[in-house]
Design a protein around this ligand. Sequence first.
Ligand code: ADP
Ligand code: MG
Length: 590
Amino acid sequence: MTSPPRRAPRAGIDPDPAKTWLRRAWPLVRAHRALLITSLTLSFIGLIVQVQIPDLVRIGIDTALVDRTASLNRYVVLIAILAVVQGVINFLARLYLLRTAYELEYDLRNIVFNHLMRMSYGFYDRVQSGELMSRATSDIRAVQMYLAFGPSILVQCMIAGIAFALMLSINAPLAVVAMAAMPVIAVLGVRMRKAVFPVSWLIQSRLAGVATVVDENIQGVRIVKAFAAEQRQINSLAAAADGVRWAYTTDARIRSRWMPAMDNLSRVGLALVLLVGGLMVLDGHATIGTIVAFNSYVLMLQPPFRMLGMIIMMGQRAAASAQRIYEIVDTPPDISEKSETPPSPPPRGDLRFEGVHFSYPDGTVALRGLDLHIAPGETVALVGATGSGKSTVGKLTARFYDAGGGRVLLDGQDVRDYRLSTLRDRIGIVPDEPFLFSVSLHENIAFGRPGASRDEVEAAARAAGADEFISQLPDGYDTVVGERGYTLSGGQRQRVAIARALLLNPPVLILDDATSAVDVRVEHEIHASLRGLMAGRTTIVVAHRLATIGLAERVVLIDDGRVVADGTHAGLLAHSPKYRQVLAAQEVHA
Ligand code: ADP
Ligand code: MG
């Protein structure tokens, strides 16, 4: 069931933020240098061979056609052979270049994702997931393209130099004439890219805008329909699409202003070669073959000069993308393990909050000096108004966030002194809106213990009241759920999530409103089995319904981030007006 381990990234990003982006990416490129150098060497050889061909045409024409001193066949065969050789070499060069590019992309992707997985809740509170997705795809691609294709374009420019040297040796004045247009083409190319570049950014961001509109409306299509808002949403897409159309049209207008100039310049080059070369032929200073060969060179050498502009812009784009990727990689996880964690005490399930203060990254104060002790094996119901801090208690226990003040102790040891994996093995949290992956129910339940057997998974599902509906599905535990699979109701998802937590058999179990979407009849059934499971386990249930509160022998009332009452349900009901008030408010919703 578990997939085989894959290759880890060959290298990382240089952690020194003072270095330039290229220097920081260098370890990655170095790690794939064998492939990259092979590809560059091959493309260099291929281009050398290519440069020979016009020269052979020249000699062929001059000797076989003009002077009639050699056989034409020889040159035809020779050129054909060189063409084949060049084809094979270019094929290999291209293959290795693309492989380098995709290896780099693979590494970058993994580096970014590994880092994202290490980031804690606070990071995800701050960043927008849509933006993260875009960084993970388009920015990685921009960097990869530049790292792999940049050197290859440089090789092509080098070849232009070699070809120029060859042309100089054949006919120096004509070589200068033939190359005269190239710098102008290069300058025009750079200028065109500069003009197009801001627009291409605009195109990117507007395309992302369209994608967001489409994505949100498809995700939220049921709401759109429920409010008969189709026409309005169609209009909002049209507005976004119009923005894209405008940006593309502008891009096309700019390009079409520059492209003919560049194309015509190369034709001017051909005309100049014919004019100057022709005069030289008439004077006997050049041969017909030279004119033909130089024509080919003019056409062959143009692309690298045109691409000069592209490589400069690719470099700028890659630099910006790299900075955004580094921003992620440079953000240290705010929840990290101590380098040396003391040995963990044996798990008993003793939980203690000592004067815990906590604010979310955006400044919302959630806990203001919370004191609470839960003895091993005790079941406590947390009751409180919405926003009073109940869920925050669970999140701090599992150290999704660190307390701003005070301490959270598990079995007498500060949770910050645990290895994270140990801590989270000992605490099972079921959130109120559980997330299911697009895999089978078995895999969803066994998420925390991928090796669990079908029997174990079924036992956990039975305890969570999920076995009944799962076994009625045609594919049972092999039913794929989530986005691309069978749709479960809210209550069914919660039961799957409870099963997922139970399978880990943690000494501390936190059910955060975990049965809020389960209907009352089913909840009763789950409670029966939960009672058995809670025995001997420290359990916190965040509860709204009286029935759920009834699972606990002790009720803790939280208000505004503090414990304001602590006792039995009956005791609180009798002595705490606040408790009566909270219950009254919640029974209405239940
Ligand atoms: P409860 O579970 O009792 O409804 P929470 O513990 O979820 O309350 O929230 C306590 C306070 O913290 C509320 O004011 C809530 O708005 C705020 N809060 C909860 N989660 C976040 C978050 N991720 N970022 C910022 N504020 C949050
Ligand atoms: Mg909550």
